[in-house]
Design a protein around this ligand. Structure first.
Ligand code: NAD
Length: 365
């Protein structure tokens, strides 16, 4: 009996998790039956017919919940609709941070896989939604900052005089930070970057930026390449050093996160007030509480002449590119899932939050 995969739109998010190209592979290669919600690709100018040509059927939202074995979407879409028994949800739910949003799935005895919980290993690389979205967000943050900044990024030498290049400060040199460095460098800015992980230094320097380090940091080999919470002494030293470097920055892009925790506070109000008027801060950690004391999630504010944009989902603003990467990520996961042994699997076990209404992830036990 072939399994039914349902594809749903996510309210308030123009990204689509599976595009016709990957739907065709699901129907032809993996022999799935695919149901999609009417108007699924509207935000990307993809017509229902293109999904139908790829082998899928257009089914009402309500019926997708009722008939699907696997329900896919970018983010939360479930409001307690009637489900097929044993149905699984696959999405990017950020469950460690928004744990209460998972209660409704538990109440309806559903199983949930959240792709943001996949380990950052070579085996999971093709499904790594965090990397693909962070990379686009880092790129978009620079483009966005260039728009808000009333100056230019590269050095300009003209008959009317020379304009010096913009100074860009990047906080957190993970996937988003490194892409932001590369983009800002391509535009000709002078770039500095901070990270708590010393190992990030080499990557920062190889992109032509200066790595700024605080002495006395903690780096844990057991954190799987992620940052860990730092000591109070370190945090104070870091805020001081950031304060010094921010004085000359025209643009700051902050991306620092610690999985499952509130984002570290790196930019104090006094540092924002010490910046030159006309400067720009883009806080990609805004959803996790923000790296800047003043940033507000999904808002642009102006504080004494400094523009502060808080947005952790800038990838959604380039929804075409984002959907293309997501569609590959989701397809890879579904293909893997099709073959995998569900017990103690190196990718399925860590990314599963609920199994038939029971918590499986250690965070919830
Ligand atoms: P993330 O989004 O969790 O955090 C972003 C960056 O912020 C990280 O580099 C982190 O070290 C940094 N940070 C945290 N606290 C900070 C602080 N107080 N001050 C300054 N910086 C701070 O990280 P990410 O981008 O998801 O990447 C996490 C790790 O996973 C990296 O080591 C990355 O290279 C690795 N990774 C591996 C793979 C793979 O092997 N397949 C894929 C993607 C990422």
């Amino acid at each position: 009996q072939p399994k039914i995969i349902g594809i749903l739109k996510t309210p308030n998010d123009p990204r689509v998790c599976l595009l016709p190209k990957e739907v065709k592979r699901l129907t032809k290669e993996l022999k799935y039956i695919v149901h999609f919600e009417p108007g699924l690709g509207d935000s990307l100018q993809i017509e229902d017919n293109q999904y139908i040509e790829a082998g899928a059927s257009c089914v009402s939202r309500e019926d997708i919940f009722k008939t699907s074995d696997l329900i896919t979407s970018v983010n939360h879409t479930f409001n307690g609709e009637t489900l097929k028994q044993g149905s699984h949800f696959i999405g990017i739910f950020n469950p460690l941070f928004h744990s209460s949003k998972l209660n409704i799935y538990k109440e309806h005895a559903a199983s949930v896989y959240s792709l943001d919980l996949l380990p950052r290993t070579t085996l999971a690389q093709s499904m790594d939604v965090l990397s693909s979205m962070a990379s686009l967000s880092g790129y978009r943050a620079v483009i966005k900052s260039a728009d808000f900044f009333n100056g230019i990024f590269p050095m300009f030498t003209t008959a009317a005089g020379t304009l010096t290049p913009a100074k860009v400060l990047i906080l957190g040199a993970g996937v988003a930070g490194l892409q932001a460095i590369a983009t800002a460098r391509r535009l000709g800015a002078v770039v500095e970057a901070f990270d708590v992980r010393t190992s990030a230094g080499e990557e920062v320097r190889s992109l032509g930026a200066t790595f700024v380090e605080v002495e006395g940091h903690t780096e844990s080999a057991s954190a799987g390449g992620y940052a860990v919470e730092q000591t109070e002494e370190y945090k104070q030293k870091q805020k001081e050093l950031i304060h010094q470097h921010i004085l000359s920055a025209n643009v700051v892009i902050s991306t620092a996160n610690i999985p499952g925790r509130k984002a570290p506070l790196l930019i104090e109000t006094r540092s924002v007030e010490a910046m030159q008027a006309g400067s720009v801060i883009i806080d990609l950690a805004a959803e996790q509480g923000g790296n800047c004391e003043l940033s507000k999630n999904n808002q642009v504010i102006n504080h004494k002449g400094v523009t502060i944009l808080g947005n952790s989902n800038l990838a959604a603003e380039i929804s075409n590119a984002a959907s293309r990467l997501l569609s590959n990520n989701y397809f890879s996961f579904l293909k893997y899932m099709d073959k995998a042994n569900k017990e103690n699997d190196p990718l399925l076990t860590p990314s599963q939050v609920l199994s038939k209404g029971e918590w499986t992830h250690p965070h919830f036990k």
